[in-house]
Design a binder for this molecule. Structure first.
Ligand code: F6R
Ligand code: ZN
Length: 184
């Protein structure tokens, strides 16, 4: 029997993915209209500003029951007004699907929200491990001065539900005020 060479690679430093069946999604400022509180600051910024990129390894089709996806999210440092750059955030389409996140590079916050709108948050740093239970919306925020890299693994049939977050947000925003990181 032949022992195969691995066809996919995962950087030990920042989780960058390469090889077969990997793809990349880029989210720019213009993709996040309505997500930030300070609309005036948002409108003054370059809409082409890249906020984050997600590299993903998908060995099965989206929707495959029992399959898994593996990804790394890279969030650039920066703010819109006082609010740090963040991901859109989502519930899973099959809402009970859980997920793991783990910190690789940089400093950030993972914000959670249940279906009743109750929010909580955890600090993310290299080596931190975060279990995202089913029925919990999740959003990453880069609170540092450098790129935030965070790994994730989630069920291939989980899907993403962005609508409720686009409409009502997380009930809490991660900001910098007088040099302090706050959730309000
Ligand atoms: C997958 C997952 C992450 C996010 C990524 C981008 O279920 O939670 O891979 O998809 O961090 O965030 P969103 O999808 O909220 O733009
Ligand atoms: Zn998710």
């Amino acid at each position: 029997m032949e022992i195969k060479d691995p066809r996919n690679h995962f950087s030990k430093e920042n989780g960058a993915l390469s090889g077969e069946k990997t793809s990349k999604t880029i989210r720019k400022l213009k993709d996040m209209k309505g997500f930030y509180e300070d609309e005036e600051a948002f409108n003054k910024m370059d809409p082409e500003t890249v906020l984050y990129e997600v590299e993903m390894h998908a060995p099965v089709k989206a929707g495959t029951e029992g399959g898994l996806f593996f990804g790394t999210s890279f969030l650039n440092p920066g703010k819109v007004g006082e609010e740090f750059f963040m991901t859109k955030g989502h519930f899973h389409e099959i809402i009970n699907r859980a997920e793991y996140y783990w910190g690789l590079e940089g400093e950030g916050v993972l914000v959670f929200m249940d279906e009743d709108g109750n929010a909580s948050a955890e600090k993310v740093c290299p080596g931190s491990l975060h279990f995202v239970p089913g029925k919990i919306a999740h959003r990453l925020v880069n609170t540092g001065d450098t790129k935030l890299a965070v790994g994730a693994c989630w069920p291939a049939d989980a899907g993403h539900q962005y609508g409720p977050i686009a409409e009502s947000g997380f009930g809490v925003r991660i900001k910098e005020k007088n040099g302090t990181i706050i959730a309000e």
